[in-house]
Design a protein around this ligand. Structure first.
Ligand code: B12
Ligand code: SF4
Length: 560
């Protein structure tokens, strides 16, 4: 059978979708054909709805399958609603519409109630999608509507009238056990325009060596995922085999494939939730990678409560450059009570020190605008970053994803701005929570100027003489200027922040001052020693990134 995937990834960070690539690999292995419509403005030309319809009518897939995170869901729903209308006008039968991914897994009933989908997927669906497609091919309605991992209309009959598309009309089939990732085929990179995606991400290639995570942070999908599996399979967490690992040799094979098949791969980014959690897995992978001689630098995710010295050293000698970790808030209360991430300041300091001592560049994520966070607790985040001497930090606006505990906290606390929550597609740029005009303005300033605040607080937070840290004198006036701005003044000033930062950072670098500069994207503060070394390395390697960009804009391929 033919399956056309749709990835509605508009107006957001570009990403290779591992989930779709894995499902595609499974479907192909079972003898099916797959194609993808990848909607992203960085991959022009973006096909119009009419062009998508034309492609479906020409290629005749039996199934159209969309994959969506929360911010991508509305686009997928609107596309499918539109396709249904057009098919009705044409008097033709549309393909079967299926949706899966993080958002449907988190709020499947809500997605099913939208009434446009035939099947809504929950959880990890490599086996499930092959099973569903085989049932569709066999054509038995009762079998189709009872496929594990899907919400499906009873007896495969989607009610003709929207008023009847209620919970009584569908079945919620339980999930099946998590797939065994140690015996999986390689992700189907050919489904995507992988070379173009790699080039637009400066040669960074994402890979996964493990799935799952033992923690239950309120803002993340994992607690809801594990609760669903626990309740559907009626089994304790330890028997669910949620935290799984790939054999290092299989990961190496995938890396070699990427390096042979594509050009300009210069960094592997391990997208595992927590690469460092299982010491044996992490060390085994690092040893195998070092021996393999592949030698491409890589970056990993860690948890501040779990970085063993052995792992830190193995990472360094294998070629890991950046170790990323969630810090999230400078307030221990917020971390514990709001985020369910009970880690002490000592945990954070020790892990950053350990990483840096091993020669790894440490990178921390923080969120601003958390529900229940006080003004003073926001300053605690600034001060923790100023004390930490971390290599870089990325600050994001907190966004409450539907289906998470943090979403509930935000609703219960009366913080959600209902108008904004629907409209937002880029979660780093603005918040959909309302803390009152004064605090909203402060949070917005913080999200954009965090490195200035941190630089200005370097001495106070560390309890040292400001003269020992001259960047304080350079950045304090900038911070003070921002702090007194009213909304209109800030709105006018905000677009100039990057340019001002560039000048301030150049002067600070010339004077040899320890400071953080806004680098790589608008929300990243990077310590001077690291970004200066990287700039020197880039200049030495003479990579002509402009030429690559030009190649893609002039030779824009049509959608597959
Ligand atoms: C790697 C990663 C990234 C990478 C690549 C993203 C990508 N598009 O692939 C990068 C760094 C680019 C990234 C960026 C962002 N990410 Co991210 N990311 C992840 C991470 C750590 C792993 C994703 C992954 O590859 N998983 C492994 C694959 C196999 O699983 P999967 O994709 O979920 O697919 C399975 C199922 O969902 C299902 N499925 C998926 N699609 C379909 C389709 C059908 C038809 C069916 C039947 C089933 C199905 O079956 C698949 C196979 O088992 C997840 C956390 C996580 N554990 O999932 C966060 C996560 C997906 N990211 C998240 C967020 C918020 C973002 C950003 C918005 C952050 C930001 N502020 O910029 C951006 C958005 C970028 C974008 N447009 O995708 C959130 C999404 C929350 C939500 N409710 O939407 C997550 C869940 C983390 C969290 N906070 O909980 N991310
Ligand atoms: S540690 Fe990271 S991946 Fe694990 S639950 Fe928390 S946020 Fe999610």
């Amino acid at each position: 059978m033919r399956i056309l995937f749709v990835y509605p990834n508009l107006n957001t960070q570009m990403g290779f979708n591992q989930g779709l690539a894995m499902i595609s690999a499974f479907l192909k292995r079972a003898g099916h054909e797959t194609r993808l419509v990848n909607l992203n403005e960085n991959l022009p030309p973006v096909p119009t709805r009419e062009q998508i319809l034309a492609e479906i009518r020409e290629w005749q897939p039996a199934v159209l399958a969309a994959s969506t995170l929360s911010q991508q869901y509305a686009e997928a729903r609107e596309l499918v609603a539109w396709l249904r209308t057009r098919y009705a006008e044409l008097g033709e039968t549309p393909p079967v519409f299926v949706v899966g991914g993080v958002h449907p897994s988190m709020v499947p009933e809500q997605v099913m109630a939208d009434g446009v989908w035939d099947h809504v997927a929950v959880g990890e669906c490599e086996d499930a999608m092959v099973d569903l497609v085989q049932r569709i091919e066999a054509g038995d309605d009762a079998e189709i509507s009872s496929c594990a991992n899907f919400l499906s209309w009873k007896n495969n009959q989607r009610p003709a009238h929207s008023a009847n598309r209620t919970q009584d009309a569908w079945r919620r089939n339980p999930v099946r056990p998590f797939p065994n990732i140690s015996i999986m085929p390689m992700a189907d990179y050919e489904l995507f325009d992988t070379q173009r995606i790699l080039d637009s991400k400066n040669g960074w290639a994402g890979l996964i060596t493990s799935r799952g995570c033992p923690y239950r942070c309120t803002y993340c999908l994992n607690h809801e995922v594990i609760d669903t599996y626990r309740s559907d399979l009626d089994a304790p967490v330890r028997k669910l085999n949620f935290f799984r690992f790939r054999h290092p040799e299989e990961v190496l094979e995938e890396m070699r494939f990427l390096l042979n098949r594509y050009e300009r791969v210069n960094t592997f980014i391990m997208d595992d939730d927590l690469f460092t959690q299982n010491v044996e897995h992490a060390v085994a992978f690092c040893d195998a990678y070092e021996k393999s001689g592949i030698g491409v630098p890589f970056v990993v995710n860690a948890h501040v409560k779990q970085l063993d010295e052995r792992v830190a050293n193995a990472l360094k000698s294998a070629g890991c450059t950046i170790l990323k970790m969630g810090i999230e808030s400078g307030s221990p209360r917020v971390r514990k009570e709001v985020l369910q991430r009970p880690m002490s300041d000592t945990d954070i300091f020790e892990t950053v020190r350990l990483a840096e001592a091993a020669g790894l560049h440490s990178s921390g994520f923080v969120m601003v605008g958390l529900p229940g966070e006080t003004h003073a607790e926001r300053w605690e985040t600034i001060d923790l970053l100023a004390r930490l001497e971390i290599g870089r930090f990325r600050s994001s606006m907190f966004y409450p994803f539907p289906g998470t505990g943090a979403f509930k906290l935000s609703v219960d606390g009366g913080y959600i701005d209902p108008e904004k929550v629907e409209r937002l597609t880029d979660f780093t740029e603005s918040s959909c929570l309302d803390f009152g005009a004064k605090e909203n303005l402060f949070i917005d300033k913080l999200a954009v100027c965090m490195p200035w605040f941190v630089n200005a607080r370097l001495a106070i937070a560390r309890g040292v003489d400001p003269k020992t840290l001259p960047a304080v004198a350079r950045y304090t006036p900038l911070m003070d200027q921002v702090l007194v701005m009213n909304e209109a003044e800030w709105k006018a000033f905000k677009p100039k922040v990057r340019a001002i930062d560039k000048r301030a950072a150049a002067a600070a670098a010339a004077a040899g001052e320890v400071h953080y500069a806004i680098k790589y994207n608008a929300f990243m503060g990077v310590r001077d020693d690291y970004y200066l070394a990287e700039e020197r390395a880039a200049a030495a390697s003479k990579i002509d990134t402009d030429a690559i960009a030009k190649e893609w804009t002039t030779a824009a391929a049509p959608p597959k």
